[in-house]
Design a protein around this ligand. Structure first.
Ligand code: GN1
Ligand code: MG
Length: 370
């Protein structure tokens, strides 16, 4: 349920924001948390904050989420500062409560607050190749900042998050339960995902077999999780660090391509419009691979394109599973949205499979260690 203005003001007070409250707006882009932008006036200037209620159905231990975020943001901040520049607009800064926590519980709800980065903008999807290349740089750079971060210090905030094998198992359980009575209407979509299973689960199996290493990854690398400079469109910061956990670089690359490489929004219903755009793909790949500066192993490089198939199919499997379970996990804005998302992702995954060799050739073109 949306909050009233008085409730918003009360939550802000916990974070001791200086100045006078002006107004708020609801930000509807995320599928999990509830997000508000809140405006304060301080010394004659408007200061905006992001107030978020973390979804505790999804994140069972939200304190762990905030511990991961504060330690990762501190780490990145120190790395940037060491280069002699201020990190002010390049990493999020969460506010502390009087008790010294980066969160507060109110009536069983978990809230956090951070300063919005000045003069920044975000995009859900864009066909601007410069912005897409900047997105690649943002996530590539994120990898380099955290390359030597001690992976074992991270809390596993959602176990098996990108375990594609288990995501397929969850789909099979949802089919068997048929909780919302929807299975018969989506047989074609189920079969479509079954056909992709071998390829989609390959990166996960390669990690399990020790071929691909675990690194610190973001795990939710859609375009809307990057802030850009409003004037220059250069990337500023990677945001939404909720799912920072050990993972595969192929998954960060792949999940980004699922969005930045696609011609459509996640839930496009006209499937004839759904495709992987190779120009957008190349722009992202150039930005990503070049900013990695050769830090990946050959096996990692060789599976980046495959990661896009894996993440697109996995995300589609998750949407379909949620549709069959009765829309319990992802926020929907119209009744059949999870099914629309699942169909769209199936079409996109199939198009990627067709283009897989071309996609990998583009990675190779920019890879330094090849
Ligand atoms: C969710 O909350 P948001 O919109 O950043 C989801 C991602 C999915 C994404 C699909 C914790 O991300 O895994 O890829 O939706 N986050 C979680 O758009 O499940
Ligand atoms: Mg997220």
């Amino acid at each position: 349920m949306d909050k009233t203005e008085n409730e918003i003001i009360k939550i802000c007070a916990r974070f001791g924001i200086a100045g006078t409250y002006q107004s708020y707006e609801v930000i509807n882009s995320g599928h999990i948390n509830m997000t508000y932008k809140v405006y304060f006036k301080r010394n004659g200037e408007i200061k905006d904050y992001i107030l978020q209620r973390v979804n505790t159905y999804v994140f069972k231990n939200p304190e762990d989420v905030m511990e991961n975020i504060s330690s990762v943001t501190e780490y990145i901040r120190a790395k940037i500062k060491a280069t002699g520049v201020t990190a002010k607009r390049n990493v999020l800064h969460y506010s502390k409560t009087e008790e010294g926590n980066y969160y507060t519980w109110i009536d069983g709800e978990f809230w956090r607050c951070c300063r919005y980065i000045d003069d920044s903008v975000s995009f859900t999807n864009t066909d601007d190749l410069k912005i897409i290349e900047e997105s690649g740089k943002a996530f590539g750079k994120f990898q380099t900042y955290l390359a030597d971060y001690p992976v074992k210090n991270l809390h596993i905030v959602i176990p098996h998050f990108h375990n594609t094998i288990m995501r397929y198992e969850a789909l099979r359980e949802a089919i068997a339960k048929n909780a919302a009575g929807r299975v018969d209407t989506v047989r074609d979509v189920i079969e479509g995902y079954e056909e992709l299973e071998e390829l989609a689960t390959r990166p996960y199996r390669l990690q399990r077999d020790g071929v691909l290493p675990l690194r610190v990854t973001h795990n939710d690398t859609k375009t809307s999780n990057i802030l850009f400079d409003a004037d220059t469109s250069d990337y500023l910061a990677v945001i939404d660090l909720d799912t920072v956990m050990p993972g595969l670089v192929a998954f960060d690359f792949g999940d980004a391509i699922r969005v930045a490489g696609s011609t459509v929004d996640e839930d496009e219903q006209d499937l004839s419009k759904v495709a992987l755009d190779l120009e957008r793909y190349e722009a992202f790949t150039r930005g990503f691979v070049e900013s990695l500066g050769g830090m990946l192993t050959e096996a990692e490089m060789d599976t980046l394109a495959l990661g896009a198939v894996a993440m697109t199919a996995e995300c589609g499997v998750r949407f379909l599973t949620d549709y069959l379970n009765g829309d319990k996990y992802f926020r929907i804005h119209y009744p059949e949205q999870n099914l629309a998302r699942a169909r769209c992702h199936l079409t996109l995954s199939r198009d990627m499979v067709k283009k897989l060799d071309q996609m990998q050739a583009i990675v190779d073109k920019y890879a330094k260690n090849k």
